[in-house]
Design a protein around this ligand. Structure first.
Ligand SMILES: [Zn+2]
Length: 162
């Protein structure tokens, strides 16, 4: 039963993430509104309860914020390293659109920049790289799923590094 429950959470996470991204790509909604609307739509479809949707929505919101923060950091590094004219094209096509979509979250991001957002074992999160807060070991998730304990020290607190 436990496995079914976990798979359902991951499935819900994937649905919420992809729908939230669609809403953000349409450019008319900020992050908070997009996450809320995606949750309402998916709850209305009847497969998931509001309680499940609210819990998983928090993971989706956090992941999108963290990815945005990492993209911005990477953007800065790239801008320093390569020809500005080439970067300009990239910024116009992708990064700038992403930054606009997240404009309403900018204040909160700035506030959070100092204290790293925490990820814990057992939570569902997007594909990417997490670093253990205790020992620094990094682990890469190839697809969305449950966060396992640190493979090196078995502790349970992480931050997103990629
Ligand atoms: Zn560790």
């Amino acid at each position: 039963m436990e496995n079914n429950h976990q798979e359902k959470d991951v499935g819900l996470y994937e649905k919420l993430l992809s729908r939230t991204r669609e809403l953000l790509d349409s450019g008319r909604k900020g992050l908070d509104e997009a996450v809320r609307k995606a949750g309402e739509e998916i709850t209305a479809a009847g497969e998931y309860t509001r309680e499940q949707a609210e819990k998983i929505s928090e993971y989706v919101r956090r992941d999108l914020e963290e990815m945005e923060k990492n993209a911005r950091r990477a953007g800065k590094a790239i801008r320093k390293a390569v020809d500005p004219k080439r970067v300009e094209g990239n910024v116009k096509s992708g990064l700038a659109r992403l930054l606009r979509a997240f404009a309403d979250a900018a204040a909160r991001l700035a506030e959070r920049a100092e204290r790293q957002v925490e990820y814990r074992t057992g939570e569902v999160t997007a594909a990417g790289t997490l670093a253990c807060r205790a020992c620094g070991a990094e682990m890469t998730l190839k697809q969305p799923g449950r966060i396992p304990p640190c493979p090196k020290c078995y502790k349970t607190r992480f931050m997103r590094v990629g």
